[in-house]
Design a protein around this ligand. Structure first.
Ligand code: LLP
Length: 427
C-alpha cells in the first residue's frame, strides 16, 4: 500500500506501506533507538531555510534562527553552517550557540528579563545586538556595559499593537502583552537610549506572535514599524537595521494555510521598497517555520482502553515530551508508522501515561491500531523537545537526525542517573 505524501511534510512519506523520513524507515529507527523518539529531516530544515534565503536574495538580510523552537546542538550546527545567526533568550542559549560553532557576532538577544550576568556574558562574547524590551532594561544594560568599558549594541523591541490572529498564549504584539515598548513610548525610549553612555543604538525590532498564517498582520506591523523608523530618524537617531521578528506559521492540519516564506517576503519587500527602506539591513527571527514540520515523534501504543463514552489509545509519549496539546490545545496529526491494511478504524483519544487529565496528544482520532503499533506525531520539530520536561520523572526522549539514508543519534535518551545528578539526598 502506498499512501500519498503527507501535506506540509515533503520529506516524510509512505513507501511500500512503511512511513519514512527521507530514506529511513521509522519502524527501523524505533527498533534501534526505542520510543518515544524524535526524528528530524535535515533536508526539510534546509528546504525551509532555502525558502527564506530565496525570499531575501539580493538583499542585505540576516536570518537569525529563533533557537528556542529547537535548540539541540546538531540542529544549531546545521543552521550555523548554512550561514544563519541566532535569536537567543538566555545565557544558556548563547552557550549552546558557541558550542555549536555559531558566530556570536550574528547573535541577537531577545527577552524581557535579561539578568545583569547574562548581559555581561553576552557582551564578553561580542554578540551582535541586544533587543531591549523596556526602559529599565536600557539603564541596567548601559551600566553593565560601562563597567566593562564597552558600549552595548541595542535595538528596541517595539510593540506595534497588531493582532496576529493566533492563540492568545503565543500572540505577543498586542498592547496587553508583556513584550516590547509601547508604540507611543518608542521615540522617548530611543532618546533615552541614545543618551546613555554604555549603549550604541543600531536597530529596531518587533515580533508580533507565533503560528501566524496570514499576511495582513505582518503588513500592518511593518507599516507601523516603518512609521516609527521615520519618527526616530527624524529625531536624529540613525537605525542601521530593521528586525521583523519571526512568527510565520506551519501547516499542522489542512486548514492551516500559511503563505510560503518567499511569497510572504516578496510582498513585504515590495512594501519596504515602496517606502524607501528596501536597501536597509534586514533581520528576521524565524523559529517554528524552519524546524516544525521537519520533525516528528514516534511513539508506541501501550494499551487500548475502550470506554462507554470514549476509547483511549494510551501511548508511551506524553505531555512531558509533547507539551503543545496540553498547553495550547494544539493539533498535531497522528499517523501510523506501518498502516494496517484494510483494518477497521475507531475514534480514539490518544493519551500519554502522565497522571493528568490534561495529558492528551490528540482528540477523536480515527485509527486502526493494536498495542505494540507505532504512531508518528507530526509537526513535532518545533517547541516539543525544547519544551520537554521530566514531569513524572520521565527521562526526555532521544533525538535522531536523518540525512538521506544516513541516521545520526543527536541526543541519547535521558537516564535516571542524568535526572538525579543535580540532587543531593539528605544525609
Ligand atoms: N523572536 C521572538 C522575540 C520570539 O519571542 C519568538 C517566539 C520568535 C522570534 C520565534 O517565533 P516563531 O517563528 O517560532 O513563531 N511555544 C509556543 C510558541 C512560543 C513562541 C515564543 N516566541 C508554541 O509551541 O506554539
Amino acid at each position: 500500500m502506498t499512501a500519498p505524501t503527507l501535506p506540509g511534510h515533503p520529506f516524510i512519506a509512505y513507501h511500500d506501506g512503511a512511513l519514512r523520513v527521507e530514506g529511513v524507515r521509522l519502524a527501523q529507527l524505533a527498533n534501534e533507538f526505542g520510543t518515544p523518539l524524535f526524528v528530524y529531516s535535515k533536508a526539510s530544515m534546509l528546504a525551509a531555510l532555502a525558502a527564506y534565503q530565496r525570499g531575501f536574495a539580493g538583499r542585505n538580510a540576516q536570518i537569525c534562527y529563533a533557537m528556542k523552537a529547537n535548540s539541540s546542538l546538531a540542529v544549531l550546527q546545521l543552521f550555523a553552517r548554512a550561514g544563519c545567526g541566532f535569536d537567543i533568550v538566555s545565557g544558556g542559549e548563547l552557550q549552546r550557540v558557541i558550542a555549536a560553532g555559531g558566530e556570536p557576532a550574528r547573535v541577537i538577544f531577545s527577552g524581557v528579563g535579561k539578568t545583569a550576568a547574562e548581559m555581561r556574558q553576552a557582551l564578553q562574547a561580542g554578540i551582535g545586538c541586544f533587543n531591549v524590551e523596556s526602559e529599565a532594561e536600557l539603564e541596567v544594560l548601559s551600566g553593565v556595559a560601562t563597567a566593562m568599558g564597552l558600549r552595548a549594541p541595542v535595538s528596541i523591541r517595539v510593540n506595534p499593537n497588531v493582532d496576529p490572529q493566533t492563540h492568545p498564549y503565543i500572540s505577543t504584539g498586542l498592547k496587553g502583552n508583556k513584550f516590547g515598548v509601547a508604540h507611543e513610548r518608542t521615540l522617548a525610549t530611543y532618546q533615552r537610549a541614545a543618551a546613555l553612555p554604555g549603549l550604541r543604538v543600531i536597530g529596531i525590532d518587533c515580533h508580533i506572535g507565533s503560528q501566524i498564517t496570514q499576511e495582513a498582520p505582518y503588513l500592518d506591523a511593518m507599516e507601523r514599524v516603518l512609521d516609527l523608523v521615520e519618527a526616530v530618524e527624524a529625531a536624529g537617531i540613525a537605525l542601521e537595521h530593521i528586525d521583523f521578528g519571526g512568527g510565520l506559521g506551519i501547516e499542522y492540519q489542512r486548514t492551516d494555510t500559511p503563505p510560503p516564506a518567499d511569497g510572504l517576503w516578496a510582498r513585504l519587500l515590495a512594501r519596504l521598497d515602496a517606502r524607501g527602506f528596501g536597501q536597509r539591513k534586514l533581520m528576521i527571527e524565524p523559529g517554528r517555520s524552519l524546524v516544525g514540520n521537519a520533525g516528528l515523534c514516534v511513539t508506541e501504543v501501550l494499551y487500548l482502553k475502550p470506554g462507554e463514552q470514549k476509547n483511549f489509545c494510551i501511548v508511551d509519549a506524553a505531555m512531558n515530551d509533547l507539551p503543545r496539546p496540553a498547553m495550547y490545545q494544539a493539533f498535531h496529526a497522528i499517523v501510523p508508522v506501518q498502516p494496517r491494511a484494510n483494518a477497521p478504524v475507531s475514534p480514539y483519544e490518544v493519551v500519554g501515561p502522565v497522571c493528568e487529565s490534561g495529558d492528551w496528544i490528540g482528540h477523536d482520532r480515527d485509527l486502526a491500531v493494536q498495542p505494540g503499533d507505532r504512531l508518528a506525531v507530526l509537526s513535532a520539530g518545533a517547541y516539543c523537545m525544547s519544551m520537554a520536561s521530566n514531569y513524572n520523572t520521565r527521562g526526555r526522549a532521544a533525538e535522531v537526525l536523518v540525512d538521506g539514508d544516513r541516521t545520526t543519534l543527536i541526543r541519547r535518551r535521558e537516564t535516571i542517573e542524568d535526572q538525579l545528578r543535580c540532587e543531593q539526598p539528605l544525609g
